[in-house]
Design a protein around this ligand. Sequence first.
Ligand code: GLU
Length: 292
Amino acid sequence: MLTQDHRYTGRFAPSPTGPLHFGSLITAVASYCDAKAQQGTWIVRIEDTDIPRIYPGSEQHILRCLDAFEFESDVDIIFQKDRLDIYEHVLTQLKQKNLIYACQCTRKILGPNHIYTGTCRDLKLPFEQHAIRVKVSDQNICFTDRLQGTHCCNLKEQLGDFVLKRRDGIINYQLAVVVDDYLQGMTHIVRGADLLDNTERQIWLGSLLGYPTLQYMHLPLAMNAQGQKLSKQNLALALDIQNAPKLLQHAIMALGQRPVDLDQPHKMLAQAVAQWNIQHIPQGTQMNDIYQ
Ligand code: GLU
């Protein structure tokens, strides 16, 4: 297990559910610049536990993009699908402390608002072939995001006990992300504002496991001219690796930073790090009409 030190450690953690697009590049640039501007470590991690959602070829596209944009992970890139035994081990720890339970409810039972009321909490169902949920408590969890300010959630009222492992055996993102952020010694999380609402779940899970708290910065999301978030579903263009310097410049400027000299990507990144100022990142949770 890695030891925790307090030096800045951050990461870029794409899921290979489609090729990287301009929105992903913004996250990569911001997480990289923020870490390097504080003499930190920056790590790439591929979040591929959700096997059915993996888009063929996208893992290779991510790696090719990182190469073309000359991003270098400070430690070997890890793939979460190779780490399932680690997540299972953490589930065992939680089970021993009676913090999780097996659940047989289907999504339909949850009703339209998807709040889970704990129907299976005391049923003592076997863990095999059932979803595994973690217990939450009736308390307000708050954190102060470096860009978005204070954000709170009462998990019991707004969500209920949530799933860590699906019935089909897939380890949920919430569990894998919390465990790996801890094991890789993360101190700072920089990611898109679409993940803001996941944060209290991750803070809660981390606190049950005794992990230290992290600093969060949720970036405004890049929206296309139709007001939709750039995503695979909305057919955001795959990053064109032939055009890396120009795209990099656009991403730096979308983050409100001063333009850099068009050059080899690693030189542009070095200049962006030297000029990095989070006070210039656009306010709010959306950036409209973003070039892609
Ligand atoms: N893997 C997630 C995604 O691609 C990001 C996870 C995170 O940054 O916490 O949306």
